[in-house]
Design a protein. Structure first.
Lengths: 308, 291, 260
């Protein structure tokens, strides 16, 4: 079977599995599926930023938080319809993405990682202190949306999230093969040559950060509605680090990798729960081992990954 | 006025602890091109190890303290060999993520072994303040400053006058050239991690009495070390020290006169601002790539 | 032939070292001008200033009715100026065709929204740049490499790909940094043929930095010589070759293998 043929088969099987999964699982299984979709969206946002644009972020929980709180407040305090609210959440995160892009224009690698880290910690602290709006220690309740059909059950909410993920994956796939995406990859490989070829660096990097922020913000918004309550503790450094690691473990080179990463992050606590305190230790060890033996992520295992 | 002086002195002491951690970061970065996000956690674990010696093996305080540096060296060497060296030819993001993985491992390992409650850690210094005129300065501040300066002085001598130290400087300037001149780059990498971790554990036992010993202890210290190192210039050892001292003093003054809640946010704000305005820091020049 | 570009009083210093000092010369339209000089003379630096990779401390680079120094690196492609690099700056993980496509991309750029939603303009840009790239590869005899990843190619072919990428946007002026570097005499000769063809068939003006004297003497209409950041000669190849100042500057240099 050709590589393309094999790819199509895997996608078809995965698609069928994704559609049919809730039928074979319990209530709790539906919840896990939902969280996997939420995380897969975040992984997509990192595919854009790190995979395509070659940037780095260890502060993505900041965008996640901005999306979550903006959306929740829009619905609760302003009666904005859910779908509009999640777009607003994404937009708010996108704006901050563009701002965070500014240091990225001047520095890269570890310096940039530190800047994104500082950003995320700042966001978390400010949200925590802004008690009147975010509920401080008590947290902020977030209702489940109704979009005509009631989405209060995790069963139906999962299909909504699946559709959202597939739409986002389609957009990211478009980006990858489009001239904008290729320009970003060119900038990643040689910024000088790309600019001498007429590609405006600033515009592209700001775009990448904004898009990445948008996707992460949307994820945060739908996450809030899934959990039902927002607490600033969730949007911690650990969350940011988990996001980056799951994106890398899944594979940054392909949207399918985002799905694997999301599944990994949703399932890992379940699988590792039996180890109690050692859970995060094992998680960290997995990370180090993955970097050593599977640097391009799980996706490379299946040899689905195409060059670039 | 005397209050301000006290704040400045204790700010300098705090800043010198950040500086020790920043020195660890810079030494590792210059020698191996890796930024060790787990440096703080390694310091924390090392401090716990000293604590275990103290409480478990009933070792006298002075001995447990002196053990800090050697414990750190061994720890650093082990980590470098097992987790870092194998990744030296992979893309840099892999090493970055590996150190993130190590961060998670060490952070939660401490919680797993010793639990999540803070412990009281003995101080090397007497709690009675020194009185100079109408100014009261804590002995701890002076003691911390003295120890830190002592460590930095020893570091300076090491880099200036020992063969290994000079080899490390050569490697950090040009790895390839150093290799061609017979420097064992692998040993330099090992030494860098050992040395850096040793220093960071010293930082750990200096701050533990102030903040209590627990698994969260070094997280914000690491961030402030980053802030200071970036402010002074990440590739400059003296720059990183000065940057951290500034961060320590300003943080203290900010906390006292403006707001304690946003003290930490302030340090992170510095990071972002400096990176946007002058990424090379105050004392270094950013090298561009030659085309 | 009118002056396509006028460089005046170009100076730049790096960390106290004066890399260029009041360098100036004209470049006529349709001309092939060689920029030579011993190592460290500032040749690549000059190219970097003109292509806006460096910001000179003083000076003026007039291109048509514009001062290039007021523009940013990525503006130059739109003005018809492209370049190659001394150390090859190819997109190594991409294929040859993809490299060329990037070279042509800026002309076709649809909006980012269109790209995200794969609207008509995005699809058209995608297809047209590919067609353009394939045509160019055919003209340059590189079609068999179209889908090969650049990092897998031999050095000589990589050099050709970098040139092709620069040609993809139909430039008026090409800045070439050592196009014959690392080549044997036969390959250099072919480079010379290519350069003549670029001027003759495509009407492109060429400014090349080179060490290969045989190539310079045979291909260039005029030669400018730099030494320690200053211009020491400016004239026809034969004038320059006999110039005592030029000879003196090179006496401190090892002659290059393919050189005179």
């Amino acid at each position: 079977m050709t590589q393309i043929g094999a790819k199509r088969v895997v996608y078809a099987v995965t698609g069928a599995a994704l559609l049919a999964a809730p039928l074979f699982l319990s209530h709790y299984g539906w919840f896990i599926l939902c969280t996997a979709m939420v995380y897969a969206l975040v992984a997509l946002s990192l595919n854009v930023l790190v995979g395509i644009a070659g940037q780095i972020s260890i502060g993505h929980a900041g965008f996640w938080a901005l999306g979550a709180y903006t959306s929740a407040i829009a619905v609760q305090s302003f009666g904005v319809p859910f779908v509009v609210a999640i777009m607003l959440g994404g937009a708010m995160a996108a704006v901050f993405g563009a701002i965070v892009a500014l240091p990225a224009l001047r520095v890269s690698g570890h310096y940039l990682a530190i800047a994104t880290l500082a950003f995320a910690v700042l966001v978390q602290q400010l949200l925590f202190e802004w008690e009147s709006v975010t509920g401080g220690r008590q947290g902020l309740p977030v209702p489940r949306p109704s979009l005509g059909a009631e989405l209060t059950s995790d069963f139906s909410y999962y299909y909504f999230l699946l559709a959202l993920f597939l739409a986002a994956a389609w957009v990211v796939g478009n980006l990858r093969r489009s001239l904008t995406g290729r320009s970003l990859e060119a900038l990643k490989q040689s910024a000088v040559a790309a600019q001498c070829a007429g590609i405006a660096r600033a515009r592209h990097i700001i775009f990448a950060f904004a898009l990445s922020g948008f996707l992460a913000g949307v994820s945060g918004a739908v996450y809030g509605a899934l959990i039902g309550r927002l607490s600033t503790e969730t949007f911690s450094l650990t969350a940011s680090l988990s996001f980056l690691t799951m994106a890398v473990i899944g594979g940054l080179g392909l949207e399918f990798g985002a799905l694997l990463g999301g599944a990994f992050l949703a399932l890992a606590p379940e699988v590792l729960r039996q180890f109690k305190d050692a859970e995060m230790v094992i998680y960290g060890v997995t990370l180090v081992l993955c970097m050593r033996f599977l640097p391009h992520g799980l996706v490379s295992l299946a040899r689905l990954w195409r060059r670039g | 006025m005397s209050v301000a002086l006290q704040l400045i002195v204790s700010g300098l002491a705090l800043g010198s602890i950040y500086a020790l951690l920043a020195l660890s970061l810079v030494i590792v970065n210059k020698s191996t091109d890796v930024v060790n996000f787990a440096q703080g956690e390694m310091a924390m674990l090392g401090s716990f190890a000293c604590f275990a010696l103290l409480t478990g093996a009933n070792v006298p305080v002075a001995v447990a303290m002196l053990a800090a540096f050697p414990i750190g060296v061994v720890f650093g060497v082990l980590v470098e060999r097992i987790a870092i060296h194998p990744l030296s030819s992979a893309p840099p993001i892999n090493s970055l993520i590996a150190t993130i993985g190590l961060f998670l491992v060490f952070h939660h390992l401490a919680g797993w072994i010793w639990g999540y409650d803070p412990y009281r850690f003995p101080s090397l210094f007497s709690p009675d303040p020194l009185t100079l005129g109408d100014v009261r300065i804590s002995q701890a501040s002076l003691g911390i400053l003295a120890v830190s300066l002592g460590v930095m002085a020893l570091l300076y001598l090491f880099f200036e006058y020992t063969k290994l130290g000079i080899a490390m400087r050569a490697t950090s300037m040009n790895r390839r050239a150093a290799q061609l001149m017979g420097v064992n780059v692998s040993r330099v990498s090992l030494t860098a991690w050992g040395l850096a971790t040793g220093i960071s554990v010293v930082a750990g036992i200096l701050i533990a009495p102030l903040t209590f010993l627990d698994f969260e202890m070094m997280v914000t210290v690491l961030l402030k070390a980053f802030a200071g190192a970036i402010l002074g210039g990440f590739n400059s050892l003296p720059g990183a020290v000065v940057g951290c001292l500034v961060v320590g003093v300003v943080e203290n003054l900010f906390g006292a006169y403006i707001s304690t809640t946003f003290k930490d946010a302030f340090a992170f704000g510095i990071i972002v601002l400096v990176l946007m305005a002058r990424p090379e820091g105050l004392f270094t020049r950013l090298a561009g790539t030659k085309v | 032939m009118s002056a396509l570009m006028r460089i005046r009083d170009l100076s730049i210093a790096f960390a106290g070292l004066q890399a260029l000092c009041d360098v100036g010369f004209d470049l006529a339209e349709g001309e092939i001008l060689g920029l030579i000089g011993p190592n460290g003379a500032g040749k690549s630096t000059l190219l970097n200033c003109v292509s806006r990779v460096h910001q000179p401390d003083t000076g003026n680079v007039q291109f048509g009715d514009r001062n290039l120094l007021e523009y940013q690196i990525h503006d130059l492609a739109g003005l018809g100026i492209r370049r190659t690099f001394q150390n090859l700056e190819l997109f190594r993980q991409a294929t040859v065709l993809e490299n060329i496509v990037i070279g042509a991309a800026f002309r076709f750029r649809p909006s980012m929204v269109s790209d995200l939603l794969w609207l008509g303009s995005a699809r058209r840009a995608h297809d047209e740049t590919r067609v353009l790239g394939q045509k160019l590869l055919q003209e340059l005899g590189l079609t068999q490499y179209a889908d090969t990843t650049v990092s897998a190619l031999p050095y000589g072919v990589q050099k050709q790909v970098e040139l092709a990428r620069a040609l993809a946007s139909g430039p008026k002026l090409l800045l070439l940094d050592e196009p014959a570097a690392g080549m044997n005499p036969e390959e250099s000769r072919r480079v010379g043929d290519t350069l003549r063809r670029l001027r003759g068939e495509y009407g492109i003006t060429l400014l090349l930095v080179e060490h290969d004297m045989r190539l310079v003497m045979s291909v260039c209409d005029r030669v400018v010589v730099l030494d320690h950041g200053e211009k020491i000669a400016d004239g026809s190849p034969s004038e320059v070759r006999g110039d005592p100042a030029v000879i003196a500057a090179y006496l401190g240099e090892e002659p290059t293998e393919a050189g005179a």
